[in-house]
Ligand binder design. Structure first.
Ligand SMILES: C[S@@+](CC[C@H](N)C(=O)[O-])C[C@H]1O[C@@H](n2cnc3c(N)ncnc32)[C@H](O)[C@@H]1O
Length: 191
């Protein structure tokens, strides 16, 4: 299986490729919000293509995000029903089918609990793509920010004032020095 066959919305591969070029072997990357593994498996493949070895960790409740966005849609409901109330089996199956079971670890947990498993300043890159409402994006930024190592990045998906106003508002408020990055992403760099 190729990551492009995994359902999802991921389409900012150039950002992942930049991370693969930028960070040295052995760096730790965490993606918060994995759904069925499309972006996570793309990252593992980008690392493979780039000849780099990273510690790649996904974090997801595997319970979906529920109803969200100004459209009030449940984007993950159908997959959740297919998985019998959890995305965990589908996500892990896709990671295995893409050949990355040895490269990718998944923590089935909510974002805030998972962050406590990591020491401060221990992660090169955290990418946030869990719930997209203002309160949750703000909490995710505040909880993962101390985990970023010097020279590292904190970034997130769906930086779009119209489609995801909560994301844009939380980033603006908590990380005013964050900048638009890659297609529809935001990024803050710790110098
Ligand atoms: C937009 S999807 C992730 C898409 C994925 N990054 C991709 O591009 O293929 C959001 C995911 O966040 C997860 N999620 C929602 N709230 C969460 C939380 N508080 N902690 C961890 N994961 C959460 C959902 O279960 C869902 O799988």
């Amino acid at each position: 299986m190729n990551w492009k066959e995994i359902p999802g919305w991921f389409q900012w591969r150039s950002g992942q490729e930049e991370a693969v070029r930028h960070f040295p072997d052995g760096s730790r990357f965490v993606e918060v919000g994995n759904y069925l593994g499309r972006s996570l498996c793309s990252l593992a493949e980008a690392a493979q293509v780039g000849g780099k070895q990273f510690s790649l960790i996904g974090v997801d409740t595997c319970l979906g995000s529920g109803v969200e966005s100004p459209k009030a849609k449940d984007y993950h409901g159908a997959a959740l029903a297919e998985g019998g109330g959890t995305l965990a089996g589908l996500l892990h199956r896709n990671i295995i089918a893409c050949g990355f079971a040895g490269q990718v670890s998944v923590i089935v947990s909510d974002s805030l609990t998972a962050s406590t498993f990591f020491p401060d300043a221990s992660i090169a890159w955290v990418h946030l793509d869990a719930r997209h409402d203002y309160e949750n994006v703000k909490a995710d930024i505040q909880t993962w920010l101390p985990k970023i190592a010097v020279g590292g990045w904190l970034s997130g998906d769906d930086y779009d004032e119209i489609k995801w106003p909560g994301v844009a508002a939380a980033v603006r408020e908590v990380l005013p020095l964050a900048r638009p990055w890659s297609p529809a992403q935001w990024r803050w760099m710790l110098s």
